[in-house]
Design a protein around this ligand. Structure first.
Ligand code: HEC
Length: 414
């Protein structure tokens, strides 16, 4: 609401009029212009996905002035940015709670500028002030193993979203994963990719499910398995390049266990081609500081008909550990999720990560700029928020999308 007000005040104040700022009446207006100004905001927050690459999931490019004007005219861009639907980066960066690597978070000033441009004259400015979009970050320094879904998967266009799981071969020997580069085979449909490690029970379940489904993949809308434990190892969403784990750290992978690649496909911009996704892994025999993907799972028992039902879960760092560091965190809920927060309950609920929005379609893993240092005995709390107004019965915990989860994965070292 505040933003609508600011945007409309700006418009009333300036309209599309040229406001002379000096002797020369043709000098720039106070209304924002594309070149050098709004373009910078698009470059920093949008073009990693809204690129000029025709193989992209995002519906349009935000690189050229004409394309940006068309998109701001044809799509509900003001609504999406105001409500922080776009960019799909939900970890609040206002300074009160966490600071994240490669953040696509617009400051209030940037938001106001962008809204004034969208709702105003969408002025061009001077093409000489153009700023090039940043080059995408590089890949992995070294590739030791490639995880291969080994299937040409045909994406159904009967429904918008398909969740498919692929059991992949074990890596053969116990190793530490120190970096991963997810390479979707068809970027026009790949919406997210998650590589899960499995314990024996989860492997048995996944293998059985795949065999029952015909042998090369199986449907997995809620999660890869309903037995044992499947652990998030690395994730990808559009715009992501390689993930390099923090220096000297890595996650140990059992060389004998198969893994599962979960693909979320969205067919809205499908070019009709099949997909075969691979994941390059940079492996090490040992690392100085072994890491774990630690999991918090909330107790889910949500009353129906609530705009804001909540679930919480906690984990206490064992007293035996002198310290622990959290390097990054990702949350998992299903379709009813609206927001989530990670705090240190034992320290006045000190805020570590505040997801102000949630979309099942955007399960981003957020890496802290600096690891969060904790002591043995500290309790971390995850609070998940849901909208259950569409439900008539209590919603419990389960892996399918009929019910809900409240999970947090954190990359943790001592
Ligand atoms: C991480 C990738 C990513 C980033 C960053 C991103 N977008 Fe998007 N955007 C998408 C995808 C993919 C879609 C298609 C809808 C979907 O899958 O959510 C989309 C859709 C949209 C839509 C259309 C929504 C509709 O209702 O049809 C708008 C408007 C939009 N983006 C604007 C922006 C703006 C403005 C920015 C930057 C301030 C931005 N996006 C940043 C990936 C991204």
């Amino acid at each position: 609401m505040r933003r609508v007000l600011i945007a409309s005040l700006l418009l009333t104040a300036c309209g599309n009029d040229v406001v002379p700022t000096g002797d020369d009446a043709s000098t720039p207006t106070t209304e924002p212009v594309f070149y050098g100004q709004v373009q910078r905001i698009f470059n920093d927050n949008c073009v990693s996905c809204h690129s000029e690459d025709p193989d992209r999931l995002a519906p349009f490019a935000l690189v050229k002035y004409e394309d940006a004007v068309a998109a701001a005219t044809d799509f509900p861009m003001a609504y999406d940015v105001m409500n922080r639907v776009m960019p799909p980066f939900y970890a609040d960066q206002n300074g009160d709670c966490g600071s994240f690597r490669d953040a696509h978070w617009m400051t209030d000033d940037e938001l106001d500028t962008l809204l004034a441009w969208i709702n105003g004259g969408k002025l061009e400015g001077n093409p000489a002030d153009t700023v090039a979009p940043p080059p995408p970050p590089g890949g992995l320094a070294q590739v030791d193993h490639t995880v291969d879904t080994n299937t040409s998967f045909t994406i159904s266009t009967d429904q918008p979203d398909t969740f498919a799981c692929f059991v992949v071969d074990s890596i053969g020997a116990d190793k530490f994963v120190v970096g991963a580069h997810v390479k979707p085979g068809n970027l026009t449909v790949a919406h997210h990719v998650i590589l899960f490690t499995l314990d024996q029970a989860a492997e048995d379940d996944a293998v059985a499910k795949q065999a029952a489904a015909g042998g090369s993949s199986y449907r997995c809308d809620g999660g890869p398995t309903q037995a044992g434990e499947a652990k998030f190892l690395v994730g990808w969403v559009p715009g992501n390049q390689a993930t390099v784990f923090p220096p000297s750290t890595g996650i140990r992978v059992d060389g004998a266990r198969k893994m599962v690649v979960q693909m979320h496909y969205n067919s809205a911009h499908s070019d009709g081609r099949t997909d075969r996704t691979t994941i390059d892994l940079d492996l090490a025999d040992s690392v100085q500081v072994p890491a774990q993907m630690a999991r918090i799972s909330g107790n889910v028992n949500l009353p129906p008909q609530q705009i804001d039902a909540t679930s919480t879960g906690t984990v206490t760092i064992p007293n035996a550990l002198p310290s622990a560091r959290i390097w990054g965190s990702g949350v998992h809920m299903h379709q009813r999720g609206t927001a989530a927060k990670l705090t240190v309950a034992s320290d006045n609920d000190r805020c570590l990560m505040d997801l102000v929005n949630w979309s099942f379609h955007w399960q981003h893993f957020y890496w802290f700029e600096e690891p969060v240092a904790l002591d043995g005995g500290d309790t971390i709390k995850l609070t998940c928020h849901y909208d259950t107004t569409g439900d008539t019965q209590n919603i419990g915990f389960c892996e399918t999308t009929d019910c809900e989860m409240c999970i947090q994965y954190a990359y943790v070292t001592q």
